[in-house]
Design a protein around this ligand. Structure first.
Ligand code: ZN
Length: 590
């Protein structure tokens, strides 16, 4: 499918790269650019840079990036056409979807798995709302404070009490039972290999991935079946270690608030979101994984733990908080009243009270931990000594100087010791190993280049900066003169590009390139530091280096020099000869 180039340009121009990238990466302004942790590889110091002027982004570590389309393609793993369509939708330029799948080729299994989930989600939702079978479940939900609006909004459903309902429905719609089993929608009898429904007689909560696609379900019993929640198993599209419930919706609020609020269960998330606390997510019944921490770090620098008020909840907050603190995040805890979870609190006191409680009760994680430890062993000096050791270690990890001082004072007060004696135990150089934006040095994996390689890069970079230079010199260089294939392609694309464009625009230029490695090279060239106004001599040098066969006698400088000499000598015939050569030279370049 082809989309008009003008339309593509319009969509690109209307989608500011900063807005698009900001939805996925927390950015800080650094000089003319913005930088943040790369969304494409795992890193502790930021090497992902976004240029608002140039409308491009680029990672100095893994080299990924490009213009808005290429960013969306990469982060969502979608085609160029889909990226154009998606960004088009955002700015109200709608590109019609052609007949899908069959016409475009093989649909891969993951897409089918997602389709099956979306289909079943709609189906379960219908059954909950419009059938007799769903009535009891619907009443149960209503009794638990779920309004019709909320049920629609989260597309909550009901899986009827049949062993072949999902099985038959999917089969009727052309899906394969084996694939449905691999997607976690069906279970299998290990002896007979008979497939049957995994979710039966349960209230169904769709679980959406980062992109808002349904990839799993959580089935809650309303009739005291065991377990209380039955989740989809691990599948290629549903991996709990990567799954944060509500991340698709919370992302933009997380960015706005520079805060993630982490809850224990997805039910709490639904209720908190409804109570207008929007930057909320939860893991799906697993501990916080490495991948979760990475996701969180990329979006915000503050994490608030809002766990249940019981002992288990407090213990979980202490453990999770430690991991997050170690990662250089600012960690806070909202300490709910004993035995209450967010849902209970909202049911008991209402949404507004809950919201103001959460907003008014964010305690630094280390202060929270100090209290928990202290009151668990109030009269045990031996333990206190151990606690102080551990707390000092944690205080060293607090990023904010203000909070470090405050928490130190709180610990001193709580344990009734002199604050100065604690201060002496703090690490003398609280090294900020973490996101130290002030010392940002892009980790350029600069390959050792020889003289020729350097000359090729410098020349291309100058050509990218100045169309005039390109026009003046390009005819003296053969594409084959470039030793690197990427440089060769860039040189030839520049030729085509400058025929239609007066000014080089990297975001636009990279739309002309499909090959990933070549875009990387363009981005790399763009990042090279080079003098902005090169002297003729410099360019001549580069050309001599990369095109050694070019005869000096043909260069314009040589001709000009000779012309001058002839003029000084008053040699009219020679002057005419060189003038003719110069005219010829200029003609060749046109
Ligand atoms: Zn990267």
């Amino acid at each position: 499918m082809r989309i008009e180039q003008d339309l593509i340009n319009e969509i690109r121009e209307k989608n500011d790269i900063l807005d698009v990238v900001s939805e996925y990466v927390k950015l800080e302004k650094r000089g003319r650019n913005y930088i943040g942790l790369c969304p494409f590889h795992d890193e502790k110091t930021p090497s992902f840079s976004v240029s608002e002027d140039k409308q491009i982004c680029h990672c100095f570590g893994c080299k990924k990036g490009g213009n808005v389309f290429q960013f969306i393609q990469e982060i969502k793993g979608i085609s160029f056409v889909d990226a154009v369509r998606e960004l088009g939708d955002k700015v109200d330029i709608h590109i019609e979807k052609q007949e899908t799948a069959q016409t475009e080729g093989i649909v891969d299994d993951h897409i089918k798995m997602i389709e099956m989930h979306e289909l079943m989600a709609n189906n379960f939702h219908y059954i909950l709302k419009h059938t007799e079978e769903g009535e009891a479940a619907l009443n149960y939900l209503k009794s638990r404070g779920f309004t019709e609006e909320l049920i629609n909004d989260r597309k909550i459903g009901y899986a009827p009490n049949h062993s072949k309902f999902t099985h038959d429905f999917l089969e009727k719609n052309g899906y394969d039972a084996v694939l449905a089993y691999e997607a976690g929608l069906l279970s299998r009898n290990d002896e007979t290999f008979d497939y049957f429904d995994r979710f039966r007689d349960r209230i169904i909560f769709p679980l959406l991935n980062f992109q808002g696609k349904t990839v799993g379900f959580s089935g809650r019993t309303y009739t005291d079946q065991s377990p209380k929640y039955l989740n989809s198993p691990e599948t290629p599209i549903f991996q709990k270690r990567k799954m944060l419930y509500n991340i698709d919706r919370a992302r933009k609020f997380i960015r706005q608030n520079d805060e993630v609020i982490l809850l224990e269960g997805f039910m709490d998330v639904i209720k908190s979101f409804e109570a207008d606390i929007k930057q909320v997510v939860a893991t799906m019944g697993t501990a916080l994984s490495r991948e979760h921490v990475t996701m969180v770090k990329k979006l915000a620098s503050n994490v608030t733990l809002l766990y249940d008020g019981d002992f288990a909840g407090k213990e979980a907050a202490i453990n999770v908080g430690k991991d997050l603190l170690n990662e250089g995040l600012n960690v806070f805890v909202v300490n709910l009243p004993k035995t209450m979870d967010p849902d209970d609190y909202i049911t008991e006191y209402g949404s507004d009270a809950f919201k103001s409680f959460v907003e008014g009760q964010k305690q630094s994680y280390v202060a929270f931990k100090a209290q928990q430890l202290y009151y668990a062993n109030e009269n045990n000096d031996l333990k206190h000594e151990q606690h102080i050791e551990e707390l000092i270690h944690d205080i060293n990890l607090i990023q904010s100087e203000f909070l470090r001082k405050k928490v130190l004072q709180q610990v001193a007060d709580l344990y009734k010791v002199d604050v100065n004696s604690l201060k002496n135990r703090l690490s003398p150089n609280i090294v900020q190993n973490y996101t130290d934006y002030n010392n940002f040095v892009p980790e350029m994996k600069e390959k050792k280049l020889d003289k020729v390689g350097r000359a090729e890069q410098a020349l291309l970079k100058h050509f990218m900066n100045h169309k005039q230079l390109f026009l003046e010199y390009h005819s003296r260089i053969n594409q084959e003169d470039f030793t690197s294939l990427n440089n060769r392609v860039i040189f030839s694309r520049l030729n085509g590009y400058y025929k239609n464009n007066d000014v080089f625009n990297i975001s636009d230029f990279s739309s002309y390139i499909e090959e990933h490695q070549i875009i990387e090279t363009v981005m790399y060239l763009d990042s090279l530091l080079i003098n902005d106004e090169p002297e003729t001599e410099e360019i001549e040098d580069y050309i001599r280096i990369i095109s050694p066969n070019e005869h000096k006698e043909n260069s314009i400088e040589y001709l000009n020099q000779q012309l001058n000499k002839a003029m000084q000598a008053g040699d009219i015939a020679l002057q005419r000869q060189y003038l003719e050569q110069i005219v010829q030279y200029n003609r060749n370049r046109m």
